[in-house]
Write a protein of this length. Structure first.
Length: 234
């Protein structure tokens, strides 16, 4: 599908197969853990040090940014949801968005908190998390804004960005002997004043701009030097 336009050198894969539910997410994370364990074992047996990097992501991308551009995928997500529930969901999103745009952030937060309980099992819950993040952003409560942006990312039906569970696995494995961590996710957070990586560092969901690549390179180099994995030529 060549009709998508993004400020990015990459064309996202617009395909219904990227829609994931809880079962698929769990299987993906278990598969990732097994693969990384195998890599760790191979490196240890070969006497090669292993550096694992966490994966940063653009947190300000709306979770439904592509959902409406892939009709088949949208049908998959909504196929078991009654039309009246979809109408109610859309109404809450519209009203909360209007409150946020009007600067009535506390009112928006109250409405969204009620809606999150009402729609706790809805596959579109990421949209409520995203709007909640925007409301906290309006209040300049950056830690809570970041928390809800992360929840929106992790509950997005589209898995275009690294899940928090994946980075948790990376950090856990990096505690093992012979494994070193380059925490790129944390480096990206520290690179912006509000701690919320976004279009300042990314082209799209997850591909870094030049500034993002510089952050990654510096973080990796610092880790390699600190762990004495690089040094002067002999």
């Amino acid at each position: 599908r060549k009709d998508a336009s993004y400020d990015s050198p990459f064309l996202p894969i617009l395909d219904e197969d990227v829609v994931r539910g809880p079962f698929e997410i769990k299987a993906l994370l278990e598969h990732s853990r097994r693969n990384l364990r195998q890599i760790e074992t191979s490196c240890r047996e070969a006497g090669v040090p292993l550096v694992l990097c966490t994966v940063p992501a653009n947190l300000r991308i709306p979770p439904s940014a592509m959902l409406h551009e892939v009709p088949v995928a949208r049908e998959i997500v909504l196929r078991d949801i009654p039309p009246e529930r979809t109408a109610r969901f859309a109404k809450v999103c519209k009203e909360a968005g209007e409150l946020i745009d009007a600067g009535r952030f506390d009112s928006a937060l109250a409405e969204l908190e009620t809606a999150r309980r009402e729609f706790a099992d809805d596959p579109r819950i990421a949209e409520f998390f995203y709007l909640t993040a925007r409301a906290f952003e309006g209040l300049e409560d950056w830690p809570r804004a970041r928390r809800f942006f992360v929840l929106a990312k992790d509950h997005d039906p589209y898995v275009f960005r690294a899940l928090s569970g994946f980075n948790t696995i990376i950090r856990e494995l990096a505690r093992d002997p012979g494994v070193v961590l380059a925490d790129q996710e944390l480096a990206f957070e520290r690179a912006v004043a509000d701690g919320i990586p976004d279009g300042r560092l990314f082209f799209d969901f997850n591909h870094p701009r030049e500034a993002g690549h510089e952050i990654m390179a510096r973080e990796l180099l610092e880790v390699l030097v600190r762990e004495h994995l690089v040094g002067p030529r002999r």
